[in-house]
Design a protein around this ligand. Sequence first.
Ligand SMILES: C[S@@+](CC[C@H](N)C(=O)[O-])C[C@H]1O[C@@H](n2cnc3c(N)ncnc32)[C@H](O)[C@@H]1O
Length: 457
Amino acid sequence: MAMQQLEVSWEQDYRDRMNPELMTSLLRTSIPVLDRCDWQIKSVREGFCETLLPLNKETTNQHGTHQAALISLSADYTGGMALATLLRGVPLAGIHACRNDVSASLWLAGMNVRYKCPSTGHLTGICEIDPVQAEEVKQRYFRGNRVLVTLQVRCYSNGELAAEAEMKYFAQPTIQLTPAAPQPSRSTLFNHKLKASARMIAGVRGKSSARAKLRSHCPHAGFAAGPHGHLLADHLNSILPQLNDMVLTRSQHIDEMIQQVPGLRQVVLAGAGLDMRSIKHASSHPHVTFFEIDLPEMIAERERVTKLLQEDYRHQRVMLTADFKTQDLTKIIGEHERFDPTVPTAIIFEGCSMYFSEVENLRLYKSFRELMQHPLSCLWTDFVEPKVVTRRTNDQRILSFLEGMDSLGESFIFGTDNPAELLESAGFGIVETISAGSYLDDPDPVLETYSFSIARP
Ligand SMILES: C[S@@+](CC[C@H](N)C(=O)[O-])C[C@H]1O[C@@H](n2cnc3c(N)ncnc32)[C@H](O)[C@@H]1O
């Protein structure tokens, strides 16, 4: 897939994307240790970057390894910046606010740093890419290929060469790392991001709420989240304080629905992520089979996590893999030997609609409808309002949250303020929708942008 090289002049690119002040600030926000060290980008031009790692209390303590680690860190961002200047007009995933389909992902594949002498002054890092190599990088990237490049970074202090580093980077259009890309080209980075967002939701689900109404709790969520999920949950909760109760409300709303389906026999967790609901409900619903379906990378992670639990109710659970963008769920779920579309079934599509286009969502809802042949079956799904997706909201916390989701590689692309219309056009008869705010009886405008729908045949 060739990428179109954007028609942006270097001057424009420097002003909008690459100038030292902007990049220093963005990198310091993403990598807090750079902020603690007062690390700075001093100058950039195409294929060139100069940085400064000041000698201060944070960067030196007479312990060689401490200083060496920070020199390597500085060398990484010096080389990475020089490389980024070659991707004219392309925002960097995880750094600039951007979507997967327009951004580049850069990551370090390896490094070899030779420390020549202790750095006893401010450390200047310099990376200058050879013009022939620079041209090759540009051509490869804009032809749509993954770039693997080795760059030299030299670090000077008091005019002396303190360290010399050989840094090996990958650069690739982020879109190629997403589920839309064929599986072999999805990278470790994609896998990591996919797990990160599912862990983050599990981390939030594992928390409690100050509201008396929110009592439903998943005892396995915190375990599934792991330390990474807790860290991400705390980070995103600090950006959008309502997130905690939004996730707990939706979780409770689903639990209530599960209790209310008469004669329930099947539950489908579509886009299961690290939702441990099947394990939570298995013992109280011994006649229910839980179908958990997600991308292969995510199912592998579910398998890993659930195996570690004391009881994983394996006999009641069926794990299936599918790419919802390209595969037909009526076949993958519907043709499974343990699935029966004619018995009371609850399909849960939780925290997912925002990541699929309208066309993809409609196709998915139609498939869910086909899998629900019993009149008491029901679908649970959630939606954000379109103004959240188009970012036409005045709420800075929502905007910052969406930027946080962008950097997890989970940009919101779909929202609706008419769930009934969408679900009815997919063949559902009765649709009930309630906003998180109404459920909680709280007029907070952020809670009003998020709603849950239960649709029945
Ligand atoms: C935000 S998570 C929500 C997970 C879970 N429902 C929960 O609430 O904890 C979104 C889920 O959608 C899954 N997903 C994203 N793209 C997908 C695709 N193309 N096909 C199947 N699943 C996908 C992800 O792997 C992830 O588990």
